[in-house]
Design a protein around this ligand. Structure first.
Ligand code: FAD
Length: 362
């Protein structure tokens, strides 16, 4: 990441360019299929290795770790768990090798946290489904080779009437709409997907009719650990920049690092990062050891994403006016951090999950 990616981060971010060549380099190292077994073209090792990879990518360029998180966990894991052999043959192999990227289309203009409230419709018409609706904030939209799209096959059944579909960008009626104008993570595309009588073959339904919400929620459960890894990596990057700057910048005849106020900020940053890292590795280890990850991924995501915002705030503070300048890494990091407590389940939703689990016990 330091040798191959860091030199291009500023240019990519300023131009809001998707780092296709850098993603390709990571996919050559196996980073695009880390949760998929070798028999389906992946490089599956374990969850600990996966979160270490995301942490390291996010330390240098968080936008790239968002792309990798979505294709690995939000797309390939549901395909691995719910796909038919034919679907795995057709899509999973290419995803796991990094030949194509995946995208996950759940959120709509009128439904985010309330996933059961989506309005997109899928109506069966002989051997195909016709999909209509608008999806927003689709990460990897416009650069993905396959999209998991959630739509209602039985609107009267509420959350139980949602189904999932594997949609190719070349299917009739599929269109990439506007790109969101964002605060940060400029090199990670977030787009609108417009489905206008989009024709999807029946064999591209993922899982059974009505299983869509279960598929979506299980994908988000797994994704949370990835966001926690991004948050830890981003924060580590912010800390490294801050230590470097504190040693080099002088004020009142001393280096900043000699002021106790600065030392305490650095000490708090490091302590909180290590606390989040502990939660993250605990969740990953539970996932790997066959134990029930339960609410550990939610706890890791909640704490790490909010911690990343505190750390990024202090990093900017330590840099003074330079922290507010686009010349520094920490200015980008501050903007990139903000979304971590929003996407793949907001902090409020994580607290609901954790509290619900706590209160259901005797
Ligand atoms: C950069 C980016 C990338 C994204 N990528 C994707 C993607 O690839 N695919 C995809 O499908 N979506 C994606 N999203 C969407 C994201 O998952 C949603 O934004 C998120 O789930 C929150 O939904 P919302 O924005 O509609 O907020 P809302 O659901 O409208 O929530 C607004 C506020 O109300 C709070 N709130 C809502 N319900 C409750 C409740 N019951 N109790 C207490 N508080 C509540 C929320 O916590 C939040 O603070 C992305 C978003 C961003 C910003």
């Amino acid at each position: 990441m330091d040798a191959e990616v860091r030199p291009v981060v500023r240019e990519m971010e300023r131009q809001a360019r998707f780092p296709a060549a850098q993603i390709k380099k990571l996919s050559d190292l196996g980073c695009c299929g880390m949760l998929v077994p070798e028999e389906w073209g992946g490089s599956r090792i374990d969850t600990i290795c996966y979160v270490l990879m995301l942490e390291e990518v996010a330390r240098v360029f968080t936008a790239m770790s968002t792309t990798l998180g979505v294709t690995n966990s939000a797309v390939q894991v549901p395909l691995l768990c719910f796909g038919t052999d034919a679907q795995k043959q057709k899509y999973l192999r290419r995803l796991a090798s990094g030949e194509i990227l995946g995208a996950f289309c759940l959120t709509e203009p009128g439904a985010g946290s309330d996933a059961a409230g989506i309005q997109a419709r899928a109506i069966q018409d002989g051997s195909v489904y016709r999909l209509n609706g608008t999806k927003t904030w689709v990460t990897n939209g416009g650069v993905a080779g396959v999209y998991i799209v959630f739509a209602k096959t039985d609107p009267r059944a509420g959350g139980k009437g949602i189904s999932a579909f594997l949609v190719e960008p070349g299917f009739p009626g599929f269109r990439v709409g506007r790109h969101e104008e964002k605060m940060g993570q400029m090199s990670s595309p977030s787009v609108e997907i417009l489905l206008n009588d989009c024709v999807v073959p029946e064999e591209n339904r993922l899982g059974q009719e009505g299983q869509g919400l279960k598929i979506a929620l299980s994908a988000l459960d797994g994704g949370r650990i990835g966001i926690a890894a991004q948050a830890v990596g981003l924060s580590q990057g912010a800390l490294e920049e801050s230590v470097k700057y504190a040693k080099q910048r002088r004020a009142f005849g001393k280096s900043l690092s000699e002021f106790q106020a600065i030392q305490w900020m650095l000490a708090d940053m490091q302590t909180e990062i290590e606390a989040a890292r502990g939660l993250l590795y605990q969740a990953a280890w539970l996932g790997d050891s066959g134990g029930h990850m339960g609410t550990w991924a939610s706890k890791a995501k909640l704490y790490a994403s909010e911690m990343a915002n505190r750390v990024a705030y202090r990093a900017v503070q330590i840099h003074g006016s330079m922290g507010y300048s686009r010349e520094t890494e920490v200015e980008r990091i501050y903007r990139d951090a903000r979304v971590l407590s929003i996407y793949e389940g907001t902090s409020e939703i994580q607290r609901m999950i954790i509290a619900r689990d706590l209160l259901k016990r005797d």
